[in-house]
Design a protein around this ligand. Structure first.
Ligand code: ZN
Length: 176
């Protein structure tokens, strides 16, 4: 397993539109190894989601997993699209492995339905709420060159990590 270097804010890779994966490439050992390396990197860096552009590969691949009460299953989404947004909006704290030391509140639809391919190339159809829905939307933003900072409508909630720990820790933040 390889720990992949994370592209950080300012790296042009994070602002590119990611290319779709050719379905024939999914079964290749190199591609499967890359998925494993993405999961390894996500866990080692304490994230709950990772998009390929964050490890400098401009392709439409995201991996996600979160244990615990609000958690969601280990998920690979290749060439994903959101086919439905729920009508309700929800505000939550987000952080990003590509944006060191900052947290901010982002408002997003509280429910989404997403489709894509899994790591075996099979069609996947996911209906997600809560943290899972936040994670899917945050990761899919990475595929179109967007960061959570771009989605913040009120920059007054932008918070440095030590102050987040001091004042807002009980709110929890999704670091993706
Ligand atoms: Zn992120």
């Amino acid at each position: 397993m390889t720990l992949l270097p994370i592209a950080k804010l300012g790296n042009p890779m994070l602002r590119q539109i990611a290319a779709p994966v050719h379905p024939d490439d999914i079964a290749s050992p190199a591609f499967q190894q890359f998925i494993d390396d993405m999961f390894y990197t996500m866990v080692e860096t304490h994230g709950i989601g990772l998009a390929a552009p964050q490890v400098s590969r401009s392709q439409q691949i995201i991996v996600m997993e979160c244990s615990g009460e609000e958690g969601f299953p280990r998920t690979v989404l290749i060439n994903p699209e959101i086919v439905f947004y729920g009508p309700r909006q929800e505000e939550s704290w987000e952080g990003c492995l590509s944006v060191d030391g900052l947290r901010g509140k982002v408002t997003r639809p509280s429910m989404v339905r997403a489709r894509g391919l899994d790591r075996h190339g099979q069609q996947l159809d996911i209906e997600a709420t809560g943290l899972y829905a936040v994670c899917i939307q945050h990761e899919m933003d990475h595929l179109i060159g967007k960061l959570f900072l771009d989605r913040m409508t009120d920059m007054s909630t932008l918070t440095q990590l030590d102050e987040f720990e001091r004042f807002w820790k009980e709110d929890h933040a999704a670091v993706i």
